[in-house]
Design a protein around this ligand. Sequence first.
Ligand SMILES: [Zn+2]
Length: 131
Amino acid sequence: MDARIDTAAAFGVDLGDAHIIRNAGGSSREALRSIVISEQLLGTREIVLIKHTGCGMLTFTNADAHDLVQERLGQAAAGEIAALDFLPFPELDQAVRDDVAFLRAQSVIPNTIAVSGWVYDVETGRVRHVV
Ligand SMILES: [Zn+2]
């Protein structure tokens, strides 16, 4: 989701080459619906999961986010999202490993689909393979 990352330029992906699913934290759990559609309806064969350095998701907890909504938007808004997991994470590489493990554990993602996890460095523009 990070506005500093031009995915097409950063990864050499041309228009029509890939489905790029972006969300806060590069969450595989949040992306699962789109991933299943991409693979089962549109025939993609590989998942490249990429999180990035300097990610805002490293900076807060679920309680922090819920408190912020309560404080800024009030009880009704806080109540509407009471069960929402914002999926923050305290450690970048572990979050990449966890998200790849989540994808590999899903029956809707067959073993024939390659899954890898990477970290994009927003300072250098380099990508590092994690898993
Ligand atoms: Zn981020």
